[in-house]
Every structure is written in structure tokens, then in C-alpha cells.
Design a protein around this ligand. Sequence first.
Ligand SMILES: NC(=O)c1ccc[n+]([C@@H]2O[C@H](COP(=O)([O-])OP(=O)(O)OC[C@H]3O[C@@H](n4cnc5c(N)ncnc54)[C@H](OP(=O)(O)O)[C@@H]3O)[C@@H](O)[C@H]2O)c1
Length: 290
Amino acid sequence: MKKIGLIGTGMLGKAVGMHLLKSGYSLVAYNRTKDKTKELEINGAEIADSPKDVALKSDVVITVVKDAEAVKKISFEKDGIIFGNHEGLVVCDMSTINPIESKKIFEKFRENNLIMLDTPVMGGPNVAITGDLVMMASGNKGTFDDCKKLFETIANKVFYLGENGTAHTVKLAMNLQITMLALALSEGITLSRGANIDPKVFLEILNSTYFKTGMSENKAFKMIQDQFDATFTLDNLKKDINTISETSKSFGVNLPMTEKAKEIYDNAVNEGFGNLDYTGILAYIKKLNE
Ligand SMILES: NC(=O)c1ccc[n+]([C@@H]2O[C@H](COP(=O)([O-])OP(=O)(O)OC[C@H]3O[C@@H](n4cnc5c(N)ncnc54)[C@H](OP(=O)(O)O)[C@@H]3O)[C@@H](O)[C@H]2O)c1
């Protein structure tokens, strides 16, 4: 079995790491804020002092950090991954980032004789913990094949999508769905409440139709109870909407709903809702209606 390095033990990274340990992989982990590696350490992970140290001790390094800037920092800056390069090392970036930035990162790794695959995922910590994410992968096919067993441990569905950058573009199209679904549910709930209709009735009817989703069948029932404990923060979704907007512009594509959603989520973060779960956009819309 390959020795796995994990850089970024936030909500998603920690759950992926816990599942890898449970699946018998040996894991070396690093996080900028050290406290967040405690649970992994208790469960058998080795904790490294730097991304360089992780790279030196691993065959495959998985990076799960906030954005492209963070990926660059852990990869190329002082004590970054490239300084721990060795024969056969592969980097798999699971962060959700701009595909154009990702291609630049891939090129910089290539200049340093390192192979990087894009491996963004759908699904949060609650499914990562059982290896039930959905993975979109792009980059060198031979390297992908070589890592496939690892990927199939992390995810129950793995899609290979071709050249570097592609997986991130598809991932952004996925997060566009999350953005609009959370907004549509929030406005449906708010409209029902405005007419003194129990939002549970709205959800039960929605869930009896073709238009139901995992979100309307699960998270929505927490939303109507004002339960917004984060599995994926509103702040991180806002980061992704900004990325979708930037990416669409660089592809010359006009996404009018994305631009409107960007404004709404930006305002929600500015009003202090960023640390809630992304479904906390309902709480922001509730505030607008007070
Ligand atoms: N949660 C989900 O459901 C989910 C699903 C799919 C994809 N994702 C993506 O996965 C990535 C991580 O998400 P998450 O939910 O785990 O977020 P999170 O809990 O906010 O964790 C963010 C991670 O990034 C690190 N980080 C941020 N800025 C950094 C920097 N400048 N240098 C080094 N490390 C930095 C953080 O380190 P500190 O602890 O030191 O702040 C932390 O480890 C994001 O790109 C997100 O969009 C998340």
C-alpha cells in the first residue's frame, strides 16, 4: 500500500484522513493550525512539521486546503512540497480551485519534476468518513491508473476526465448546483413561511415530486429548524462562487444567475453569516425579511 501524505486537515481533509487510516493506509499529516491534526494523531497518523516533511515521507500527497493561494503556499513557498520531492512522488489536489490557476500549479510542479493530478470531490465530511465521496480526476492517465485503488478507497465513484484543469471545471459546475439549490430551497421556505404555511409541508410536497434532491430530502429539514452547523461553510461556498464567476469570464461565458448569487452570498458573508453551513443562506434571507 502507498504511504499517503495529507496536507490540510480542515473539515474535509480530516474526514478523508480518518477514513484512510481506517482502511489500513499509513498516513502522515500536516495542517497550518496544528490542533486540527490531534484526532488523526490519536488514530495513528504521523504528524509532520511542514509540507516538505509530508512529501519526504509519502508516495502520494493529497492537498485539501482552502483555495489556489493556499495550494501555492504549501506547494512552492518555504518548506513547501517541492522541497520534499523524490522519485515517484505524486501530488493530488482535492481543494476546489480555479481550473486556470490549477493548470499553472500543475506546470510549476512539472518544472520541478513532480506530477500533479486534479482530484476535487463532491460530498462533505459526513460521506468522506465512509469513503463515499464522488471524485472527478484529471491529469496524466498512467499516474491516475496507478493511484486508482487509493481513489476508490476515498470515493465510491471516480470519474477520469482527461487533461489537467478539466476536473476543476466540472467541480465548479457541481458547486453551481449547490449554490442554486440552497438558494431555491431558502426562498421556497421563506415564501411558505410568509403565507403562514408550515415549511415542512412545502418540503414534503417537494420531496414527492421529480424536483426533489438530496438537499431537500436531508439538509432542508435542519434548515427549517435553524440548524446550520457547518459541514461546508458559507464562506467557502462564496469562495467557489467567486471562482465560478472568474472562470466563466475567462471562458467568455455569461452566467447571469451566478452573478446574482455572488452578490447575495457576498452580502451574507459581509453580514457575518460566513461561518455557518452554506445552507445558512436561509438565515440571511430570513434577516432580510425581518
Ligand atoms: N467541506 C466540504 O463539504 C467540501 C467538499 C468538497 C470540497 N471541499 C473543498 O475542500 C477544501 C477544504 O474545505 P474544508 O471544508 O475542509 O474547509 P476548512 O474546514 O475551512 O479547511 C480549510 C483548510 O485549508 C487550510 N488553509 C487555508 N488557508 C491556508 C493557507 N494560506 N495556507 C495553508 N493552509 C491553509 C486550513 O488550515 P487552518 O486550519 O490552519 O486554517 C484548513 O486545513 C476547500 O477547497 C473546499 O472548497 C470541501
